[in-house]
Design a protein. Sequence first.
Length: 91
Amino acid sequence: MASIEEILADDAKLTEVTKAVFDQVDADQSGTIDKRELKNAMQQVAREANIEPPTDHAVDQALHALDADGSGTIDVNEFKVLIRQLLEALK
């Protein structure tokens, strides 16, 4: 398995990781993540981390921050920004 540094240094690997996580969050396989899917993912992370679940306001803020084109949903390229940030925080 590639290290975080290897993934961050190789755009193809980062894209592969992003797509794998994106496909898990995109429950209806529509090719975009909507507010409901984002909320479900954020709630799952909160449960696993044993922290308070996100409020609707927090979900709205996350969606707005990731939705670069203002479509109201997150596509795989917008999601890649989040994955890069998460990996950078973990290294």
